[in-house]
Design a protein around this ligand. Structure first.
Ligand code: ACO
Length: 327
């Protein structure tokens, strides 16, 4: 008996309108457009208006994905939303999106930081392949700007807000997800984290004064881990999918830093022209980065029918994930 294949039936994305350029940041912290461009590749990022939450962006991306799949919200069987900037600690942001889009299915969040979207794809693929669910909406969405210390030049220049979504369902004729690969390394959790706001350090006046509710990162250590885990994850998923790295037509990586992508390109020998890059316009949108990049790559015709596409991400946890798809 041949196994059920799972594919992407529709894609959606939503980016806030407000653009924050490197020149705007020059007026906020001791930095320069030249430093940010040469050290990261980022030129500008999108920032959600005050009062806009992750579920607001996610719902807009979700509705587009559902429509492009030719479905209605009530056709969904499950919603999985990846984020590290939920609307609130509970309920899950996925439940809030369910209500906003008029879906009736179960919904839950997952937390895998920047690897969140390929983690969500992997869970959705297994649940559809098992026959337990038919149409699953996977979302990566962040309003991370509220968790950034806008006085800390080492982090505030890197991040942006956004959302992307994909509807997954049964795929035909050998198309769809060929293989997935997930990894975690909790021993490195402190390289990139928000220390307070959970049960370890509940919110208090002291935790706020100490800036413990903001993203804290050891940038150069994260850089080394990113290069290692993303390169290995590409090679591993290619092996699992039974393809050669040279078969990859389009690599959709997590969009953290152009220098990371240059080294990944050298290590894996995937030429830069096969790597989709939009970090110059959006910065690092954590769980939203890979899905927004996939959406744009498909829209721009960089991915065609039969293309071999590999998504790869790494993030806080540490976590990493990859997914090979025949489009
Ligand atoms: N403007 C100007 N100077 C700066 C800035 C800035 N925005 N930020 C840091 N600097 C300075 C530092 O103070 C340092 O100065 P010093 O030499 O006088 O001490 C100098 O620039 C070099 O700092 P480094 O931290 O060594 O710079 P580096 O080249 O490593 O770049 C960066 C820093 C961009 C953060 C890089 O390390 C990086 O991209 N790391 C990976 C981050 C990442 O990928 N995160 C993704 C995970 S996201 C998630 O899971 C949520």
């Amino acid at each position: 008996m041949t196994q059920r294949k799972v594919g992407i039936l529709g894609l959606g994305a939503y980016l806030p309108e407000k653009v924050l350029t490197n020149f705007d940041l020059e007026k906020m912290v001791d930095t320069s457009d030249e430093w940010i461009r040469t050290r990261t590749g980022i030129r500008e990022r999108r920032i959600a208006e005050k009062g806009t939450a992750t579920s607001d962006l996610a719902a807009k991306a979700a509705l587009e994905a559902i429509q492009s799949a030719g479905l209605k919200p009530t056709d969904l069987d499950l919603i999985i939303l990846a984020t590290i900037s939920p609307d609130m600690l509970f309920p899950s942001t996925a439940c809030l999106v369910q209500e906003k889009i008029g879906a009736k299915c179960p919904a839950f969040d997952i937390s895998a930081a920047c690897s969140g979207f390929p983690y969500a794809l992997t869970i959705a693929e297994g649940l559809i392949r098992s026959g337990a669910f038919k149409n699953i909406l996977a979302i990566g969405a962040e309003v991370i700007s509220g968790f950034i210390n806008w006085k800390d030049r080492s982090t505030c220049v890197l991040f942006g807000d956004g959302a992307g979504a994909a509807v997954l369902g049964e795929a035909k004729d050998g198309h769809g997800i060929l293989a997935t690969y997930l990894g975690s390394e909790g021993a490195q959790a402190k390289l990139l984290h928000i220390p307070a706001g959970g049960s370890r350090i509940p919110p208090s006046a002291a935790s706020i004064d100490a800036g413990l509710h903001y993203v804290q990162m050891e940038g150069s250590e994260v850089f080394k881990a990113a290069v290692r885990t993303m390169s290995d994850a590409i090679l591993e998923v290619a092996k699992r999918a039974g393809i050669k790295v040279t078969d990859i037509d389009c690599l959709i990586p997590h969009q953290a830093n152009l220098r990371i992508l240059n080294v990944v390109s050298e290590r894996t020998e995937i030429p830069l022209d096969k790597i989709f890059i939009n970090l110059d316009r959006y910065g690092n949108m954590s769980a939203a980065s890979t899905i927004v990049a996939l959406y744009e790559a498909a829209k721009e015709g960089r991915i065609k029918k039969n293309s071999i596409v590999v998504l790869v991400a790494f993030g806080s946890g540490l976590t990493w994930a990859s997914c090979a798809i025949r489009w």
